[in-house]
Each structure stands twice: as C-alpha cells, then as structure tokens.
Design a protein around this ligand. Structure first.
Ligand code: HAM
Length: 522
C-alpha cells in the first residue's frame, strides 16, 4: 500500500516536471511576486476581507513546487519525526475566502442583482471562467489585456482566466449565428467571477464578481436608457440615493468627431480612447506624449484635451455644432432618461471615455459622489466587437458592476443589512439518546412544512442546545422529552418570549409550523 501511494505520487511529480511550458507561460505574462505580504485574517468577514489584501501570495516555479512535493512526500513516507511545514492558510494574494457570513452577504447582493435583472426581463447566462487567450488579444494597449492570468494548459493551448465577461458573451452570441440565429433583441445578464492581475487598491482585487447586463440587437439609445434605469433601480433598492451615487455619461462619438474633423484616421480611434482614459491616473504631459507617439500632433492633442473638459451637452454642441451625431445622441439619451425618472442620478462628463478598446458610442460610469472610491460600475456601447471576432456587425451595449466597491460604499453609509442570522427557524433535540429517532421525525415534519431545522446530532445537554439555538439565531427549540413523548407530545419553546407549549406530534406539529410561518411572515 505504502509503495503504491509513493509510486503514484512520483509518477505525477515526473509528469508535471515533463509538462511543457505550463508555468513558464504563466510567469511570462504575470509578474512574479516574491514577498509574502499582508496577512488577511482568515476568519474575517466578507466586508473586512474586501478591504484587506488577500495575503499569502508568493509565486514559485513549477520546479520548486515539485521539489517541495518530493520533500513532503519523502518525509511522509519515511514516517520521519521531522516536523511538517505548516500550510499557509491564506488564499492567494488578492483573492478571498467566503465563510458562511460572507456567503450570506454575497448571496444577498447577487439576489439584489438578480431581482433587478428579472424586473427588467433580462435572462441569465453563464460561460466558463477559463477561456481561450485569443479572446483577449486586443492591441489597443488596454490595461485589462496586460493584467491577464494567461498560461498554457496541459495540451499546450493558450488559455486565460476571464478578466471580464463581454468577450465571452460575444463568443456565445457568435456561436449561435448572431442576429440570424438568435431572436433579437437579447437582454442577458450574468454574475461571473473575473480575474485580473491588478495592483491592489481599495475596491480593486485580483478576483471579483461582476454583474453584467447587456442588450444586443438594438442600435438606438433606448438600450442604454434601459440599462441605466436598471442600474439606478438597484441603487434605489439597496437604499442609496442620487446624493450618494451619480452616473457620468459621455459618448465616444464626441472624440470620434473631433478626430475626424482633424483628419485623424479611424484606426487610431480605439487606441486614442484608451490613452485618453488614462488622463485620470497619469499626468497630462505623459498622456500627451503617448498620444503624440501614436501619431497625433500636439494641435490635435490639445484640441482633444480641451474638449474633454466640457461638462454640459450644450457646451459640446458649441464645439461640435448642432448637427453633430454625438450631440443628438446624448440629447436623446438624457430626454429618455427623464421619462424613466432617473435624471437626478445622471450627469454629462466629456472626460469619461472608459479604458476598454471596444466601446464605440455612449459610455458611462457610476461613481460615489464623495469621490472616495473607485468606479462602482461602468459600461457602454460596443457595436463592433463581434466584427473584430470575424462575425457580422451587431449592435450591443451593456455594463459591468463589481461586488467590491458597492459593498465598501454600503458599509460606509451604514445601510448594509445584518448577516448575523443564519436563517434557521428551529432547533430540535432529544433529552435521551433513545428518543433521537423521534427528534429526527419531528425535524422532518417541520422541514416538510417549509422550516429550516437544525437537529442536534450528538448527545448534548439542554443548556448546550439552547446556547446553540441562541448562537444561530433560531426562533424556537423543540424538545423531545420522555414524559411528553409518552403522551405523544413534544415541547416547543419560543426563544423570544420564553413561552413553552406542548404540541401533539401527530397533526399538531404541522399545524404549529404553519401558524409559526404565518406569524413570521406578518
Ligand atoms: P470594467 O470597467 O473593466 O468594464 O469593469 C466593470 C466594473 O467591474 C468596474 O466598474 C468595477 O466595479 C468592477 N471591477 C473591474 N475590475 C475590478 C477589480 N480588479 N476588482 C474589483 N472590481 C473590479 C468591463 O469589464 C466591461 N466588460 C463591462 C461591460 C459589460 N461593458 C459592456 N458590457
């Protein structure tokens, strides 16, 4: 037995040593991080772990890993007294564990997103977290493609963990024949986990969940207005107001028109937008010289940067003229949003361009009005993405909304609900071991009546059982005691009022569960 275990281990170790390029491709793309930094408390709640760095973190080569495995295997199979190195229990840097309270928060957030999506008649879809790297090989200098977790799989295929959902969605639409194969318009949503090798700051992590809402097949701003309204509905549902959050709106057509007027070829459009987006993070000089390197003269760059300082559609109209398609589009969108009743939340801001190359028209970004946090959500129109994959031109617009910044904001405003309660209604326990089968029957009756029931699995004293009920926030305890059981009854204690009643096991128990359900839902 011992021999066969170490043989298997040795074989798998040899197999991994022989794997071509598996880790080298990974380290070529992802910078090696050697220092084991922040030590996120493992049992920290979701909210805490969102702001703390994920900890752990040092990356090692495949060869080193294999040596470590060999060392540990040898020590284990020799039965040596040598003390085992303790496992680093931190999750990889920038990632999170979700303990049950964290999961309750996450589920609550996802439920909020799902409920708005369904209110607006969006259908849920999903795709694999692992995609072909080719999906992200865009050449406009975007940050997101430089932050790729990319590597070769065991079959030497270049793959990547998805940094965003939009390319996967485009692939899925294309796989079904686009607008010819799918009934348009599509209104689809998903909540994927996305991976980006980010420099971590508040609200930016190496993995995050992102609510995606996209409309395909609609070329008018009706799509953007519907999307913006859905986003605002979510903000309202979680208790935020237009004083807390705003959504900046612009159109890339503005930049497009300036570039066309100045005779800049269309192929420079995407790269120009990506560079202009960096104005927020980099000094003006640095961006200007990058733009010049791209082939834009100083005059063009100056005109562009001056247009970006406008913060009303009327001011932009003065620059571009009333016939400008950009101006018409923006006016139409703001008028439509008036009908949706969301104008208070929106403002025009010519400096919002967004960092992704594929946007072609309206772009928008939700932000906290105090200006303390990174962008809450962002999106826009991307009518040409399918074409870049060799598909038919198909209009599309959408947004991505991460889980990190919004939780920070809700915490800060003190409007996050409490996630202390486990949702368990009743704890059932038997006073004697031989009555345990009765406790199980009681639990099953209550579960069948729709309750969440925890039956005490071991022999425990009543005091322990009541403490458990208190800790998990249960409303009732059902006690199976010898005397009552002789009369075909059990005792039920209301943990709020302290009242205790005897209930017949046959019939009475189900009636009691139904009455308790009515009581809590009132
Ligand atoms: P994005 O601006 O890259 O757009 O990301 C959208 C949102 O995802 C951000 O506003 C933020 O809430 C969240 N997010 C992004 N990166 C991180 C990170 N490292 N840590 C935490 N949260 C993050 C897109 O991804 C587009 N694909 C959105 C879209 C959908 N456009 C059209 N449809």
């Amino acid at each position: 037995m011992k021999i066969s275990i170490s043989m298997t281990l040795c074989l798998s170790v040899l197999a991994s040593v022989g794997r071509r390029g598996v880790v080298s491709a990974f380290t070529a793309t992802v910078p090696t991080v050697t220092s084991a930094t922040a030590s996120a408390a493992r049992n920290a709640r979701y909210s805490t772990s969102l702001s703390a760095e994920g900890g752990g973190g040092g990356r090692v080569s495949a060869a080193q890993l294999d040596k470590d495995i060999l060392k540990k295997t040898d020590a284990a199979s020799n039965g040596s007294a040598q003390k085992q190195e303790k496992l680093d229990t931190n999750p990889p840097k920038g990632t999170r564990d979700f303990y049950p309270p964290d999961m309750r928060l996450r589920t609550w957030l996802f439920d909020q997103w799902r409920s708005v999506a369904s209110q607006y008649a969006f259908q849920e879809y999903d795709a694999p977290v692992l995609e072909s790297s080719a999906l992200y090989t865009r050449k406009a200098g975007e940050e997101v493609t430089q932050q790729l977790y990319a590597f070769a799989d065991k079959g030497d295929r270049p793959v990547a963990l998805r940094p965003e959902m939009t390319p996967s969605l485009a692939r899925m639409v294309m796989a079904k024949g686009g607008s010819k194969g799918l009934p348009m318009p599509l209104k689809w949503y998903s909540i994927p986990q996305c991976w980006r090798y980010e420099r971590m700051t508040r609200g930016r992590r190496r993995e995050h969940y992102q609510w995606n809402m996209d409309v395909w097949g609609v070329d008018g701003v009706e799509a953007e207005a519907e999307l913006l309204s859905a986003m605002v509905t979510f903000f309202r549902n979680v208790g935020l107001t237009a004083d807390d959050v705003g959504v900046k709106i612009n159109s890339r057509l503005v930049i497009g028109e300036v570039l066309t007027e100045l005779g800049i070829p269309e192929e420079k459009f995407a790269a120009t937008c990506v560079l202009v987006d960096k104005l927020e993070k980099l000094p003006l000089d640095a961006v200007q010289s990058d733009l010049e390197e791209l082939g834009l003269s100083r005059e063009v760059v100056e005109k562009l940067t001056s247009v970006l300082t406008n913060n009303s559609v009327d001011d932009i109209a003065k620059v571009l003229g009333d016939d400008s398609a950009a101006v018409k589009q923006l006016k139409e969108l703001f008028a439509l949003c008036e009908s949706y009743g969301i104008s208070d939340w929106l403002l025009f801001d010519a400096s919002v361009v967004r960092g992704l190359a594929y946007y072609t028209g309206v772009v928008f970004e939700a932000f906290d009005r105090r200006g303390e946090l990174r962008a809450i959500a962002g999106g826009g129109r991307y009518d040409k993405l399918l074409e870049t994959f060799g598909g038919e031109p198909t209009p599309a617009a959408g947004f991505g909304f991460g889980d990190a910044v919004i939780v920070e904001l809700l915490k800060e405003r003190n409007i996050l609900p409490s996630f202390d309660s486990t949702g368990v209604d009743t704890v059932v326990f038997a006073m004697r071991r031989e009555l345990y089968p009765v406790a199980v029957q009681v639990a099953q009756t209550l579960r069948n009546a729709g309750q969440s029931v925890d039956v005490v699995l071991e022999d425990r004293k009543p005091k322990w059982c009541f403490k458990l009920a208190d800790r998990i926030g249960a409303n009732h305890c059902c006690i199976v005691a010898p005397q009552e059981y002789e009369n075909g009854e059990i005792s039920i204690k209301d943990l709020d009022s302290g009242e205790q009643v005897a209930v017949k096991i046959d019939g009475g128990l189900a009636d009691w569960a139904a009455a308790a359900e009515n009581h809590t839902s009132q």
